[in-house]
Write a protein that binds this ligand. Structure first.
Ligand code: NAD
Length: 502
């Protein structure tokens, strides 16, 4: 059994907290470690360390900051497989998927190397007699990130690379379910040449989160997790005068038009619904075929594919889907499968009847893939996020009826449309009330140089993750108006300066 504590001021810090949470290996269904749950005083000490490092890091030249990001990128490539293996053992996603988790994070480090260009201000020469005007982007100071279990490498890297490149110091509060990779990242930042105290990790639960959201030294909070917690973090952090972005849950629909290549659509649905056992905020959990014939053919193609899903230990290189993250989460997902059937959905494949040969791993937190047909908008199992390996099929007659489903749903993270018709695709892209849209692309997660963020109850706050939105979130603009003595006329002026009297 290993123990995870905190990381601050360039070194591991032993927690004095009496409270610990268990860490499991979900593939075998056993506790393998424990993680400290920080006390308020411990969080405050770590904020103080980040605060003390803040002025020097903000004053470090932007080129030097970029070089740290460059080093980090190289180190992350070197360590990718090691990180992925640890990630897979605590999360349960299969190794190749865990490599993707690290890769998507290190791409933000790659993008953030361009910070000297990205952070450039604007300059207007001679706006009035001898007068120039310019703006610059300044760091905020200490900023905090609170991250979910499902991307323990990618999401901490989304946030920290942008925050640190912009000249802020950083306190990360990772998920208590898989804290080892965030701790490894702290050491890699250090190896990349980051000064002590710029990247810190505090492990904990609500007590740590509440402290980060209320402490006046923390200037901004970036949160990713479930919607109820996102709403509460957003309300608390903004009430305490902080900038806050809080990404929440999702229910992502894929429309399948009658003219789509159904074979491609079925393959896309398999990866998007069951990859990572459905524990992705951009997983497709609802398929919306348009027309009964499309629906019948789609179900016919999906059923054998779902039944043939290779489920197994996350380090089994043949497995396509591993276990759920904890027994508790597995039971929650299973209860949604029960509910869907009680509500009248047809279980085309019942994931609860999972009978794969587990090769000695029967104790792991596994579920089979479930496929439900005849799902209706009023069902609770449709309205709520399940976050497991279930795909719900909702039959519709028209494009407009199909588009209304994602548009009227409380969540608006991602969606996709499969069609060969450009007009239909364009109408969907322009009108659907969802933040990230794919056209014949099942999981439209923007690359690092664009920005990630949903709409409605999938995100609170105005700015998205990474891309230019990331630079805006982690900086504040200062605008300077300057004139040298030769440009100044003699005599006092008492009216509001305008261009007419300039
Ligand atoms: P979660 O909300 O349970 O936890 C997220 C973070 O909040 C963790 O660090 C956790 O320790 C902390 N937390 C938990 N309970 C808290 C409380 N009562 N008060 C304060 N902090 C608390 O989410 P999770 O189960 O780790 O992650 C899965 C959820 O995250 C899903 O809903 C998924 O859709 C969502 N998610 C969203 C995005 C996105 O970009 N929209 C990305 C990934 C995951």
């Amino acid at each position: 059994m290993y123990a995870i504590h905190h990381y601050a001021g360039g070194k591991a810090v032993e927690s004095k907290s009496p409270r610990f949470a268990p860490i499991y290996n979900p593939s075998i269904g056993e506790q393998v470690g424990q993680v400290a749950l920080a006390t308020k005083a411990e969080v405050e000490d770590i904020i103080a360390i980040a605060d003390a490092a803040s002025a020097d890091w903000a004053a470090t030249s932007v080129v030097k900051r970029a070089r740290v990001l460059q080093n980090l990128t190289h180190i992350l490539y070197r360590e990718k497989d090691k990180l992925a293996e640890v990630l897979s053992s605590e999360h349960g996603k299969v190794f190749s998927d865990a490599q993707g988790d690290v890769q998507r994070g290190l791409e933000v480090a790659e993008f953030a190397q361009g910070i000297p260009h990205l952070i450039k201000g604007e300059f207007s020469d001679n706006v009035s007699g001898g007068m120039d005007m310019y703006s610059m982007r300044k760091p905020l100071g200490v900023v905090a990130g609170i991250t979910p279990f499902n991307f323990p490498a990618m999401i901490p890297l989304w946030m920290s690379c942008m925050a640190i490149a912009c000249g802020n110091t950083y306190v990360l509060k990772p998920s208590e379910k898989d804290p080892s990779v965030p701790m490894m990242l702290a050491e890699l930042w250090q190896e990349a040449g980051l000064p002590d105290g710029v990247f810190n990790v505090v492990n904990g639960d609500k007590e740590a989160v509440d402290t980060l959201c209320t402490d006046p030294r923390v200037k901004a909070v970036s949160f990713v997790g479930s919607t109820p917690i996102a709403q509460s973090v957003y309300a608390t952090a903004t009430a305490h005068g902080k900038r806050c972005q809080a990404m929440g849950g999702a229910k992502n629909h894929m429309l399948i038009m009658p003219d789509a290549d159904l074979n491609q659509a079925a393959d896309a649905l398999m990866g998007a619904a069951y990859g990572s056992a459905g524990e992705r905020c951009m997983a497709i959990s609802v398929a919306v075929p348009v027309g009964q014939a499309t629906a019948d053919k789609l179900i016919e193609m999906l059923k054998p594919r779902v039944e043939a899903l290779k489920i197994g230990h996350s380090m089994d290189m043949d497995a396509e889907m591993g276990p759920l993250v904890t027994a508790e989460h597995r039971d929650k997902v299973k209860s949604y499968m029960d509910l869907a059937i009680q509500e009248g959905a047809t279980a085309v494949v019942d994931g609860r009847d999972f009978s794969y040969n587990m090769q000695g791993y029967e104790g792991g937190y596994y579920l089979g893939g479930a496929l439900f047909d005849h799902v209706r908008p009023e069902m609770r199992s449709y309205r709520e996020e399940i976050f497991g390996p279930t795909l719900q099929v909702m039959r519709t007659e028209t494009f407009n009826e199909a588009m209304d489903l994602p548009s009227l749903h409380e969540y608006g993270n991602g969606t996709s449309i499969y069609t060969r018709d450009g007009d239909t695709a364009r109408a969907y892209v322009n009108s659907v009330e969802v933040g990230m849209v794919g056209v014949n692309v099942p999981i439209p997660v923007p690359l690092a140089f664009h920005s990630f963020g949903g709409w409605k109850n999938s995100a609170f706050g105005d700015m998205n993750q990474h891309g230019m939105e990331g630079v805006r979130f982690y900086t504040k603009v200062k605008t300077v108006t300057s004139r040298w003595p030769t440009g100044i006329r003699s005599g006092a002026e008492f009216i509001m300066p305008t261009l007419n009297n300039g």
